[in-house]
Design a binder for this molecule. Structure first.
Ligand code: ADP
Ligand code: GLC
Length: 475
């Protein structure tokens, strides 16, 4: 079985969010299962700073509109990079806090066409092209149009994984030409979307199988309120839509072995967690006098994540004696709001604006509760990491959060976190109050923490799900 995995980001090379964790972990788990896997992604400047992949001596040349771009094919173990300076030598992956790069359509047409051409150049004849998010979503349609008569891909089936329906790669119609697709596909049944071109839709109408990253999200996206305009398309393909819950790499995210922590700990002996908390409190300059909890947030600063909900609920959260720690990067408006909020409440609120994995580890380990009031959440990795690090999540009951967090029930004492319905300040406050109350009894607190640490979110089940689909498709 040969799998061509195409993703715009993957650990350890480049990451803005959970997609990178998932693509990276999936590749390494498949390789462990002896599935011949080749990951294709752009050679961003950030990859160049930390890795030195070998030059294969081969390249791809793709005509996009009236310009031809050349990409050198570099290789590092199971990953192949397309090196094209004019498209990928940028400070960020997709854009700056002010907005997306204006040539993103061109950058990811190049990735999609380039991945197929690189497979040919390297004589990697895939049984499956597994495409992640809109940046790779043209591939299933390319296989059924531009490459439909190419004997090299005669046996190739496609899997399209939606990590986030909120990002679809929608571009003005006048950019349609650069996809290289014929005019017959620019229709409402094709990739046309309210007069624009929609890259994700290309994948949804043509992939042999569509997956998304949790069972609950797979159901939610069929509803108009969660479908971002594509619920109709998804409904028409619901027979080929599956929800496979992500895992986390339990060797990478392990409080018992995490070298970046001041002290390690595990479910049977939580002493080291207190040392992590102490370090976090001191690094963030928090006044910890009243014995209140430390509540944290780690994530992309976008509307999806509900950081504004936390800010709205913050005066009351602070009045309960709970301190707040934020780590995030993203939209300019949220970055500014958090910075100002942190300055206004020095000693009670700490905001780290940036992407910092090392600090994220201290936050996951050192805080008492983890806030995730997401408006929607296809899967969410933050809550799984927090659970594993003994930091019960307080989260909105949506998507993968509903599939991974079990709401604490004070009567039975069962549960590993606190859920509320609808991303509102009132809902969040209510759940934080329940957490504060449950945590006031040390025995209860310990039970909740241990239930989370023992929950286990390995990749084993997910990989079985994907390999099952690969086998089903390749007959
Ligand atoms: P999403 O993919 O929607 O951003 P997830 O919860 O699935 O959300 O995954 C987010 C991943 O990115 C987690 O591994 C989280 O720890 C990490 N992350 C997000 N923002 C930051 C940040 N500012 N610094 C470090 N890690 C971050
Ligand atoms: C997306 C989603 C997130 C999911 C991640 C990995 O970015 O927002 O919920 O965990 O992809 O699949």
């Amino acid at each position: 079985m040969k799998v061509l995995m195409v993703s715009p980001e993957a650990v350890p090379y480049a990451k803005t969010g959970g997609l990178a964790d998932v693509a990276g972990a999936l590749v390494s788990e498949l390789v462990k299962k002896k599935v011949d896997t080749l990951l294709v992604m752009p050679f961003y400047s950030t990859v160049a700073r930390h890795f030195n992949p070998e030059d294969t001596g081969k390249s791809v040349k793709i005509k996009i509109g009236d310009k031809t771009h050349e990409g050198r094919i570099l290789r590092d173990k199971h990953a192949v990079f397309l090196k094209c300076s004019e498209l990928y030598d940028r400070a960020e992956l997709y854009g700056t806090p002010e907005g997306d790069y204006p040539d993103n359509a061109r950058r990811f047409v190049f990735l999609s066409r380039g991945a197929l051409e690189a497979a040919k150049a390297l004589d990697f004849k895939p049984n499956i092209a597994h495409c992640h998010d809109w940046q790779a979503a043209l591939i299933p349609l390319y296989l059924k149009s531009l490459y439909s008569k190419d004997p090299f891909f005669a046996g190739t089936k496609s899997v399209m994984t939606i990590h986030n329906l909120g990002y679809q790669g929608v571009f003005p119609a006048d950019l349609y030409g650069i996809t290289g697709l014929g005019p017959e596909l620019f229709t409402p049944e094709g990739v046309e979307f309210y007069g624009n071109v929609n890259f994700l839709k290309a994948g949804l109408i043509s992939a042999d199988m569509i997956t998304t990253v949790s069972p609950t999200y797979a159901r939610e996206i069929l509803l108009p309120e969660n479908g971002f305009g594509l619920d109709g398309v998804l409904k028409s393909r619901s027979g080929s839509l599956r929800g496979i819950l992500n895992g986390i790499d339990e060797t990478q995210w392990d409080p018992a072995k995490d070298k970046s922590l001041p002290s390690n700990y595990w479910a049977v002996d939580l002493a080291g967690k207190a040392a992590c908390r102490k370090k976090l409190v001191s690094e963030c300059g928090l006044k910890d006098g009243r014995g209140g909890l430390v509540a944290s947030f780690v994530g992309r600063l976008s509307g999806q994540k509900g950081v504004d909900v936390i800010i709205e609920a913050a005066p009351e959260i602070l009045s309960m004696g709970v301190n707040l720690v934020f780590l995030g990067k993203g939209d300019e408006a949220y970055q500014k709001a958090l910075q100002e909020f942190g300055r206004a409440h020095e000693g009670r609120v700490f905001a780290n604006i940036g992407f910092d994995e090392g600090f994220s580890r201290l936050v996951y380990a050192g805080s008492d509760i983890f806030l995730m009031p997401s408006r929607y959440e296809p899967c969410g990795l933050g809550q799984m990491i927090a659970l594993r690090y003994g930091t019960p999540p307080v989260a909105c009951r949506t998507g993968g959060l509903a599939d991974t967090i079990t709401d604490y029930d004070p009567y039975s004492g069962k549960g590993n976190g606190f859920l509320f319905d609808g991303a509102s300040a009132a809902g969040l406050l209510q759940a934080v109050k329940l957490a504060v109350c449950a945590f006031s009894v040390p025995k209860r607190r310990e039970l909740i923490i241990k239930a989370g640490m023992r929950a286990g979110f390995t990749w084993k089940k997910a990989v079985l799900g994907y390999t099952g689909i690969y086998k089903e498709l390749s007959g």
